[in-house]
Design a protein around this ligand. Sequence first.
Ligand code: HEM
Length: 444
Amino acid sequence: MARTPPGPRSLLPGRLLRTLQRDPIPLFTRLARDYGDASMFSVLGQKIVFFNHPDLIAELLVAQNRFFHKSRVLQRSKIVFGEGLLTSEDPLHLRQRRLAQPAFHRERIARYAEAMVACAARTRERWRDGEMLDVHHEMMRLTLDVVAKTLFGADVGGEADEIGAALTQLVDLFPLLMNPLAPLLQKLPIVPSTRRFRRAVERLDRTIYAMIEARRKSEEDRGDLLSMLLLAQDVEGDGGGMTDRQLRDEAMTLFLAGHETTANALAWTWYLLGLHPDVAEALHAHVDEVLGDRLPTAADYPRLDFAEAVLAESMRLYPPAWAVSRLAMQDVTIGEWLVPRGAVAVAAQAVMHRDARFWLEPERFDPSRFSASGATRSKFAYFPFGGGPRICIGEGFAWMEGVLLLATLAQRWRIELLSRDVAAQASITLRPRGGIAVRVRHRV
Ligand code: HEM
């Protein structure tokens, strides 16, 4: 008979809750150190089982995934995402995933590369030599621009900007969603930020629905993600496409899921490059060698392998999605451990990626770990994009985007950190608390 994992007895609920909200990573790190590969604690009656071994994580996300649902935090975000890919459960999830998948095929992603580079080129033209910037804010702006253009079309101009503006408002208000009282607050229009939130959702809905209607009429393939979703037919299933509501939910999901994660990955990358000038120099030499003076294209992506290794190593140390969690729909045995029905099972990239059993000198920033001849490691010792049936659908998109943006900016600019002291804030994603202040220097 499997038994529940060991765990702390004496944590005060109030303190535990505050720690979980404010600074959960050290808590999970301590649990792994004190109790090993599986541990359990409970807070306000909610059991949380934490797994910290690649084999157990593989079981959770792949082999036994069908016994779990997305946990409550995400369930709550349905206010905005509706029944999009991130939040839906089977059988709807399976159908939507089949419909959306072609939009993320390799050839299709290559077509978005041009828009990605164009956005980065605009950013690098805007920067001024010696200027002080918050590079996290800059990366948020840039990836928002990229997702607006690739999702809704490079040629929509005004509309993409309007959507961008409404979404920025939503993103700002996003933490509200994660407030345990969110479903209640939403019903109370007197709370100003909630009213703003609802207005932002309504505005966005109006714009997205208008675009969907116009495109349904014209039946033209504009080459962007929205066109792909509109044209998708579920040939393996019922043969049908998506309703307007489903299209809206998926568009909203891709927009929010696709922009902050990539922005954080890039922001942390600049931070690490600022801390390690030798690696920054190697990156500059690499992009000069591969690209010379011209802007990168999708065809350059495979040759920008060092830029990719830098990004990979940055996501090891600062995984933008710092943990994944699942709600057990029944009693499930993972390894030798029982996850009781109703418990939330957690796997934390932020902890696993720094586990000395799987990483030599885990605290050291060393992109060569990810070079082509790199050591073989067990699959779930590194899982920035999750795994199993719910693995990030945007993974290929994110690698292409991250590498091309990094290369385009690094061609012209080097950065100097104004503060080396930047703390990670584990909210929905792993953000740099207070941003990352830098001075940008034009490369001559
Ligand atoms: C560095 C960038 C990114 C990281 C680190 C990341 C990470 C993740 C992770 C860990 C998951 C799985 C969550 C879970 O299992 O609970 C996920 C799911 C997802 N991601 Fe990403 N993501 C990134 C970029 C993107 C982009 C660019 C898009 C879209 C354009 C995207 C769209 C999605 C969607 C739709 C899902 C839900 C998939 C499903 O459940 O079927 N992500 N992402």
